[in-house]
Ligand binder design. Structure first.
Ligand code: S3P
Length: 165
């Protein structure tokens, strides 16, 4: 089985579902944001505030480029990773990319009290989430498979992914 890459907006459940999928398929889960935090020794929010989004996007791209080995993985991306054309094409060629499609209302309910999302810091609203989603939808839609997640449990979503692969 090819490496599986999970994409979708903040709060779509990428990291949670990657862990469940990894267990079910007995392959290793890799969370790109956690790996970045580990390598940089700082939280994503600190990287954004101290070094800026441009720096974050560079290390995000490098981290993804370096993660591919001969071993198959379940990768959970940060919500903006597919915005980079090279990364998107690379992942589409080398993995099965799954778009976890979630409505702005559900995303808002899930992440409204979370302060670790720099792009929504000071503007946590359904409107802001919709605005970001609208800009990204075209790239998310390039995914190999799309799975809607509203009103489904993480386990149901993981089973649905296994079903389409
Ligand atoms: C981002 C999403 C975050 C993290 C960073 C930027 C984005 O990851 O990579 O804050 O651009 O949507 P999650 O999607 O896991 O929240």
């Amino acid at each position: 089985m090819k490496t599986i890459t999970l994409t979708g907006m903040m709060g779509a459940g990428k990291s949670t579902i990657a862990k469940i999928l990894a267990k079910k398929l007995n392959i290793k889960p890799i969370d790109i944001d956690s790996l970045i935090e580990q390598n940089e020794g700082e939280k994503i929010s600190e990287i954004f505030s101290k070094k800026g989004e441009k720096y974050f996007r560079e290390i995000e791209k490098n981290t993804i480029d370096n993660i591919f080995t001969c071993e198959n993985l379940v990768i959970s991306l940060g919500g903006g990773a597919l915005e980079n054309n090279e990364t998107r094409e690379f992942l589409l060629t080398n993995s099965n990319v799954i778009y976890l499609q979630t409505s702005p209302e559900i995303i808002f309910e899930r992440i409204k009290s979370n302060t670790e999302r720099p792009l929504l810091c000071g503007n946590m609203s359904i409107e802001k989430i919709s605005e970001i989603l609208e800009k990204r939808e075209k790239n998310y839609q390039t995914a190999t498979y799309k799975i809607t997640t509203d009103n489904k449990t993480p386990d149901q979503i993981a089973e649905e992914i296994i079903g389409v692969l």
